[in-house]
Design a protein around this ligand. Structure first.
Ligand SMILES: [Fe+2]
Ligand SMILES: [Fe+2]
Length: 281
């Protein structure tokens, strides 16, 4: 029987995105069919950096310049940036599986399913890029999400709290606006893709909330207090609102956490009123 952990490492280290996506689908199916072992004590070498091709070029965020949202190229740059986040999210899911080995089976159920969904998101965005005459790798990207993944790697709860409940959760606030932009120009494929992404990200952020609280409970820590402390430890500035309360509550945020985020947000007075168009993909 093949090992989930070995195969997850293999996916993580695969550089070609096409192959990474293919292996991700295969691996999630094998896991869900019960065809993989998961021995906590199996020795697996850990790597900090996933496999990557030379393109896209990784640059500092400030080197990326401003996108021109009105132009076709501006839209392609935006889709490319989203595709990069999705591919990074595939790597994050496999990394969590390989790195955090003391977890119950449900943890691996959640993150294999997440890897598959992120792989689907990436593929859909890449298809759109190719239709527009570009591809993944056509533009430079920044890598702040992965940097935070490495900073939080030593504690599963830090990874869940900061990478998934801050960085990934940001999508819950901003993607509805992006959907509107594509709707305005009649890009139905992007509207469908982004609706699916929105819908499934709620599940990923919920899983992160669940496993974050699982560890807090094991360590007899108050999860809200722990979340606030981790934000202060890892974030140079507080997460920026406005926060989509309706969807964040669905994704496992407590009202107390939302109040804390609102209170500390640099633009706290702006409130998202309408819920996400969930399930309309
Ligand atoms: Fe995603
Ligand atoms: Fe996600």
């Amino acid at each position: 029987m093949q090992s989930l952990f070995q195969q997850a490492k293999n996916c993580f280290l695969t550089a070609d995105p096409e192959q990474k996506i293919e292996k991700t689908f295969e691996l999630t199916s094998s896991w869900q069919a019960g065809n993989l072992s998961w021995d906590k004590n199996e020795s697996i070498e850990l790597f900090d950096e996933p496999g990557r091709l030379p393109k896209p070029e990784i640059v500092m965020p400030k080197e990326l310049g401003k996108r021109k949202p009105g132009s076709e190229k501006g839209r392609a740059t935006l889709i490319h940036a989203l595709a990069h986040i999705e591919l990074t999210a595939v790597n994050l899911a496999w990394d969590a599986i390989v790195r955090y080995r003391d977890m119950p089976k449900e943890f691996y159920d959640d993150w294999t399913q997440c890897a598959k969904e992120e792989a689907t998101h990436f593929s859909m965005l890449r298809t759109r890029l190719q239709e527009m005459g570009y591809d993944y790798g056509s533009f430079p990207v920044h890598n702040e999400l992965w940097k935070m993944a490495i900073e939080t790697k030593d504690a599963m709860s830090d990874r869940m709290a900061v990478v998934h409940r801050v960085f990934e959760a940001r999508a819950l606030d901003v993607v509805p606006g992006t959907i509107k932009r594509f709707d305005n120009i009649g890009d139905h494929f992007m509207v469908k893709t982004l609706n699916l992404i929105c819908d499934e990200e709620v599940g990923h952020v919920s899983s992160a909330a669940h496993w974050f609280r699982y560890r807090c409970h094991q360590q007899q820590k108050d999860p809200d207090a722990e979340f606030f402390q981790l934000l202060k430890r890892y974030m140079r500035s507080p997460p920026r609102g406005p926060f989509n309360h309706v969807v964040r509550l669905q994704a496992g945020f407590s009202q107390n956490e939302l109040d804390f985020l609102d209170k500390n947000s640099p633009n706290k007075n702006w409130e998202v009123k309408s819920p996400l168009p969930l399930g309309k993909g």
